[in-house]
Design a protein around this ligand. Structure first.
Ligand code: UDP
Ligand code: MG
Length: 315
């Protein structure tokens, strides 16, 4: 069996209108390298005919491999499956909506040939995104950098090339709530960034509504940091410290005949504030416990309905 030099992974969730162009541009780019390659498309529960389209391509070109999930498992899991199926010496993760221009893969490959094992594409410019997305994304990357122990490069998505050594390590990291860019930073190896201009989506709508973005952010934080858990401790010390300070102050004021701090309002404020802090702390604890529970169940990360049948790659 011949193994390809390059694997390209594209997660697909209702990207019917983008698939032909994705294939065309990947083919054009990778053919220029003169090496054998494969395009692994992981269908993440599409319902718009994406599967049929990819099947068609796979029949015409044996280098297109299709993995079909039994349902929608989410972008990070779809990419994970791609990493499991990829056989190349260098594996590149790319979005199917052509926001990551396939031509940039050549720049990533050039760095890989220099000996780098993780080559991540850095978004120097972004086109066609709402100010809200730009703002939340920027805030998100900076917050993650501030509270996690792992040096996750700013403004990078999952668009990156991984050497097969790195892929092998990532295949062993079976955590459920995944943040792949964090994981690929965590493994170490020789890493380098390559700037690129992120394009607008070719067609269709974003498959990352606010809800999914929020979930990804939580996975990034809980996956790489205990800071939220420690917040409860800090807040506890602060409020306990404050109350110790306030007790003598109130006592002295009362002895001096002051009417301050009388009545229900001040009591209510203190009770509500602390009640809120306690509930939030409990919720944060819940986020970690829930993830712990998910890991303990040890279910498979994804369920495959259909594996690629074209095991032989032709150049
Ligand atoms: N995607 C996926 N499963 C999902 C959501 C998205 O496989 O549940 C894929 C999607 O088809 C695309 C990539 O992940 O190839 C990035 O999604 P999208 O472009 O919608 O995200 P955005 O660029 O808006 O952040
Ligand atoms: Mg996109």
């Amino acid at each position: 069996m011949m193994t390809p030099t390059f694997s390209i992974i594209a997660p697909i969730y209702n990207e019917l209108t983008n698939i032909p162009e994705l294939y065309r541009r990947v083919k054009e780019t990778l053919d220029a390298t003169g090496e054998a390659w494969e395009l692994v498309m992981v269908d993440d529960g599409s319902s718009d005919g994406s599967v049929e389209k990819i099947r068609e391509l796979a029949q015409q070109d044996g280098r297109v491999r299709l993995v079909i999930f039994a349902r929608n498992f989410g972008h990070q899991i779809a990419v994970t499956a791609g990493l499991d199926y990829a056989r190349g010496q260098a594996v590149t993760i790319i979005d199917a909506d052509l926001q990551d221009p396939p031509e940039v893969i050549l720049d990533l490959i050039a760095k890989w040939r220099e000996g780098y094992e993780v080559v991540y594409a850095v978004r120097a410019e972004r086109e066609g995104e709402s100010w809200f997305k730009l703002f939340t994304a920027s805030l998100f990357y900076r917050m993650i950098a501030a509270i996690t122990d792992v040096k996750i490069p700013l403004d990078t998505g999952d668009f990156r090339l991984l050497d097969h050594k790195v892929v092998k390590v990532m295949q062993q990291m079976r955590e459920r709530h995944r943040f792949l860019r964090g994981m690929s930073a965590w493994v170490g190896f020789k890493q380098v960034g390559v700037p690129y201009k992120r394009a607008a989506r070719l067609s269709g709508q974003t498959k990352y509504p606010f809800r999914k973005m929020f979930k990804l952010a939580w996975n990034a934080i809980t996956g790489f940091s205990y800071v939220p858990l420690q917040m409860a401790t800090y807040l506890g010390f602060i409020s306990a410290g404050l109350s110790i300070l306030v007790i003598p102050v109130v006592a002295i004021m009362r002895l001096a005949g002051s009417q301050a701090f009388f009545g229900q309002a001040s009591t209510l404020i203190a009770v509500l504030f602390l009640g809120g802090v306690q509930l939030i702390s409990l919720g944060i604890l819940g986020e970690y416990v829930g993830r712990l529970y998910d890991e303990a169940k040890d279910r498979p990360l994804y369920i495959v309905r259909e594996e690629p049948d074209n095991e032989i790659v032709s150049k």
